[in-house]
Design a protein around this ligand. Sequence first.
Ligand code: 5RP
Length: 260
Amino acid sequence: MDWGMKNRLSRIINPGTGRTVMLAVDHGYFLGPTSGLERPQESIVPLLPYADCLMLNRGMLRSAIPAEKAGLPIVLRASGGSSVLKELSNEEITLSMEDAIRLNASGLALSIFVGAEYEKQTLDSLSRLVNEGEKYGIPILAVTAVGKEMGRDVRYLSLASRIAAELGAHVIKTYYCEDFEKLISSCPVPVVIAGGKKLPEPEALELAYNAVQRGAVGVDMGRNIFQSEHPLAMIQAVRAVVHEKATPEQAFDLYNSLKN
Ligand code: 5RP
C-alpha cells in the first residue's frame, strides 16, 4: 500500500486505538431534508470535535462546514442518483476524482446493492471507483446498502461485505447482525457499522459495544447520534464505547451526566 493511501486511511481509522467514530450525515443524498440535518450548521458543527471523521456529501461540506473545521478528515459520498421515491439501487458514481482531491477527501464512499435490481451497475461503479482511488491513493469505503426487500442477516451481509472487499474496497460499512463475528471472520478489510434507524440511547450504545466487541473497528453512525435528544452527550458516549472500552452501562451513565 503506498504512502498516500496509508496516510488517508490513518485519518479515517485512528492508528492509536485502531478504532474510529465516523459521524455519518450523508442521508440527504436520497432522503432529502432528513430530520436532524435540516440546519447542519446548528445541529452537526458542534459535534465535530468528537468525531474522528465526517462522512458527507460535497454539497453539505461546501455549504455548512466552516473553514475552522477544515482539518477534520472527511469521507465524501461518491454515489447517488436515486431518491427514496424510486428504485434505490439505481445509483451511479456522482463525484469526480478531481473534485475529491480538490476537497482533500481522506476517503470516498459508495453504496452497493447486492441482490437488488441494479446490483451489477453498483458493483461495476465500485470497481471503477477503486481503480480511480488506487491511482491517487484514496481509499474507498463500500456501504452494503439494504433496500426495503433485502435481508439484514449474517448470510446476506457477509456476502455483500466479502464481494465489496474482493472488488477492492478498503473499508466496509455494514449493519450489525446476529453472529456478526462470522461476518468479521470472512471479511479481510476493516468493518464499521451503520447505526440504522433511531433507537433508544441505551440500545444504540449496546449496538456499538457489541459491534466493536465482535470485531468492528468502529461506527459510521448518523441518526442514532444526530437524532438523539442530546446529540452532544450521545456522540461522547459512543466515543467512550469505541475508544475507551466503556460498557454500554458506563456509556449510558456518561450520556446522562453529560446531558445535564
Ligand atoms: C445509507 C447510508 C446512510 O446515509 C448513513 O450513512 C447511514 O447512517 P445511519 O444508519 O447510522 O443513520 O450509508 O446506506
